[in-house]
Design a protein around this ligand. Structure first.
Ligand code: ADP
Length: 250
C-alpha cells in the first residue's frame, strides 16, 4: 500500500488564549481567545480590517503574537517558520502561483517537499491531493491555463498534500465569480469531516450554516460574538453583528 493510502490526517485541537498583536500604532488583535475541537470547522466572519488574516497568520506562525499563547494539540506554535511544524497548512488570501511551474510541480515544491519521503511517495501524495480537489487531469497545466477556481483549488491541494492536521483558509472564495466560488466551496465541503481541523475566514453564509461547527464574529481586532452557526446567524446578539450580517445580504 502506498504512503498516500496509509498516512491519514487527523484533526488537531487548537487553543488560542489572550492573543494580542500590534503593527506599529495599529492594534490588529486584542485579547483573542478561541478553542477549536479536533476535526471541527471553525468559521471567522467580520469586516475588512477586523483582524481575521492576522489571526490566521499568527496561528500559521508567519506572524508572531505580541501577547498570549497559541497551541496546536498542546504544542506552542513556532513563529517565523510559516506552516511549521507541518501540522499547519495555509491557503492565503492571494496564493502565490508561479508561471513556469505546472500544477503538479506546485505541489511537489510545496510543504510536501519538507517531508522525508521518497520521490515516488511525494509524487503519489501530490497526485492524491490533486484528486481531492478534482484536478488530477490538470497536473501538467500551467497557472495561466487554469481558471480562477482551478487556481484556488490548486492552492488548496498544495496546502493539503502534506496532510496537515490543521488547515487555515483565508477568504478562499474572495474575488471569484459565483461558479468558481462554488467549485472551491465544493472542495471545502469535501474536506469537512475528513480529517484536518479547518479554520476558515469566509463570508459564504450558506457554507457556514451547512458546514460550520462554530462561527466567530471579529470586529476591531476582537472576537465580539461566537457560537454555533445556527444561533449566531439566526439570532445575533450584538448590534455590530446584526449590522454586519445585514451588510452581507444587502
Ligand atoms: P482582515 O483580514 O479582517 O481584513 P487584517 O488582519 O488584514 O484584517 O488587518 C487587521 C488590521 O491590521 C488592519 O488595520 C490592517 O491594516 C492591519 N495590518 C495587517 N497586517 C499589517 C501589516 N503587515 N502591517 C501593518 N498593519 C497591518
Amino acid at each position: 500500500m502506498s504512503a498516500a493510502q496509509t498516512t491519514k490526517a487527523e484533526g488537531a485541537a487548537v487553543t488560542i488564549a489572550h492573543v494580542g498583536k500590534r503593527f506599529g500604532g495599529v492594534q490588529a488583535l486584542t485579547d483573542v481567545s478561541l478553542a477549536v475541537a479536533p476535526g471541527a470547522i471553525q468559521c471567522i466572519i467580520g469586516p475588512s480590517g477586523a483582524g481575521k488574516s492576522t489571526l490566521l497568520r499568527c496561528i500559521d506562525g508567519s506572524e508572531t503574537a505580541d501577547e498570549g499563547t497559541i497551541q496546536v494539540d498542546g504544542q506552542p506554535i513556532e513563529t517565523g517558520t510559516a506552516g511549521q511544524p507541518l501540522a499547519v497548512g495555509m491557503v492565503p488570501q492571494r496564493p502565490a502561483l508561479f508561471d513556469h511551474m505546472t500544477a503538479l510541480q506546485h505541489i511537489l515544491e510545496g510543504p510536501l517537499a519538507r517531508l522525508k519521503l521518497s520521490r515516488r511517495e511525494i509524487v503519489a501524495e501530490a497526485m492524491a491531493a490533486l484528486e481531492r480537489v478534482g484536478l488530477p487531469d490538470r497536473r501538467d497545466a500551467y497557472p495561466n491555463e487554469l481558471s480562477g477556481g482551478q487556481q484556488r483549488r490548486l492552492a488548496v491541494a498544495r496546502a493539503l498534500a502534506a496532510k496537515p492536521r490543521l488547515m487555515l483558509l483565508d477568504e478562499p472564495t474572495a474575488g471569484l465569480d459565483p461558479d468558481a466560488a462554488s467549485e472551491v466551496l465544493e472542495v471545502m465541503r469535501g474536506l469537512a469531516g475528513s480529517g484536518p481541523t479547518l479554520i476558515v475566514a469566509t463570508h459564504e453564509i450558506g457554507f457556514i450554516r451547512e458546514t460550520g461547527d462554530q462561527v466567530a464574529f471579529m470586529d476591531g481586532g476582537e472576537i465580539v460574538e461566537i457560537g454555533s452557526p445556527r444561533s449566531l446567524l439566526a439570532a445575533p446578539r450584538q448590534a455590530r453583528l446584526r449590522d454586519f450580517l445585514a451588510s452581507l445580504s444587502a
